[in-house]
Design a protein around this ligand. Structure first.
Ligand SMILES: C[S@@+](CC[C@H](N)C(=O)[O-])C[C@H]1O[C@@H](n2cnc3c(N)ncnc32)[C@H](O)[C@@H]1O
Length: 297
């Protein structure tokens, strides 16, 4: 991240969720009707931003690849938030007490899904620069901060998560649901492992939903192995370079060594079947391109 500035990729993902909510065909993956308000842009402005991203990808590849690639990133960004909503609903039966959103950016779950967060203590943990900016955005958009939400400022690269949890009164003895979306790739391997070690010590019934980036590989469906490099170039230009990448089996090992007993990689097929009634209208992508997992203790 650029020192002293909020995360630009957090702005980008909010635009993706907001534009999807405003313009995608039904069945939508996600209904984030606060994303554009939070970002402070109209759907037309979001479209310009996304079109410019497609142009950048096109400059690195070609028209068709750029459009397919952008579509897949949009799908994955919306789907990872949808997975959190669906899994949070299921986790209520396990008597979870806390929802901790790590690297929250402009995530709107706490303001929008009061049905899912009722009775939970919710924490948004994020880099101080992004968090200050988000709080301004919430105020500008007149979005009320729920009483059960607490902000905890934290830099994954400079502090230990345990220090932040102590400072923010995040209990380590409670069954907890962790959402860690769109953050792993911006952290060093050391910070990722240190984070998972802390999360893996939570009580039985706790769960983590995260997404991750893999080293370049060939995906079926016409996207070359360079697609990871394209994304890398774009986020680096935003001041947020990719610092770590994992193959599934390596990440699974790290999660298990950290204390997670079950790691479930959610394939596109499974997501379409379970969340979209098998309708691929918007979410038509290769299984491995989703890179979303659920890890439970
Ligand atoms: C791509 S955004 C994802 C935001 C949100 N989770 C979402 O899904 O839209 C990346 C997030 O990681 C956070 N982040 C990146 N590096 C960080 C660090 N070293 N410490 C704390 N947060 C960091 C940024 O502040 C930002 O909120």
């Amino acid at each position: 991240m650029i020192e002293g500035s909020p995360s630009r990729t957090a702005f980008m993902t909010a635009l993706q969720r907001g534009y999807h909510n405003a313009c995608a065909a039904e069945p939508k993956i996600l209904n984030d009707n606060l994303a554009l308000d939070l970002a402070g842009v109209s759907s037309a402005e979001a479209k310009v931003f996304i079109d410019n991203l497609i142009k950048t990808f096109e400059g690195l590849s070609d028209f068709e690849t750029a459009n397919i690639f952008m579509h897949r990133i949009d799908c994955a960004v919306c789907m990872r938030s949808r997975v959190v909503e669906e899994k949070l609903l299921l986790a209520q039966k396990r008597n979870i007490k806390q929802l901790v959103i790590l690297g929250a950016g402009l995530d709107s779950t706490a303001y929008r899904r009061l049905d899912l967060t009722k009775g939970l203590q919710v924490f948004e943990v994020d880099h101080p620069s992004t968090q200050i900016w988000k709080r301004q955005k919430l105020e500008q958009a007149n979005i009320k901060i729920p009483e059960n939400l607490k902000f905890v400022a934290f830099d994954f690269e400079k502090q230990t998560l345990s220090e932040a949890f102590n400072a923010g009164n995040i209990r380590t003895d409670r069954i907890t649901f962790f959402s860690w979306l769109g953050v792993q790739m911006y952290l060093t391997d050391q910070a990722v492992r240190a984070t998972l070690k802390v999360l893996g010590r939570y009580p039985l019934g706790s769960e983590l939903i995260m997404d991750f980036i893999s080293p370049s590989y060939v995906l079926e469906g016409g996207i070359s192995e360079k697609s990871v490099d394209y994304l890398q170039k774009v986020v680096t230009d935003m001041g947020e370079p990719v610092k770590s990448k994992y193959y599934e089996h390596d990440l699974e090992n790290i999660l298990q060594e950290s204390g997670f007993s079950n790691v479930d990689f959610l394939s596109a097929k499974w997501l379409v079947h379970n969340y979209l009634d098998g309708d691929k209208t918007f979410f038509d992508m290769p299984d491995r391109a989703t890179s979303i997992l659920s890890a439970t203790i």
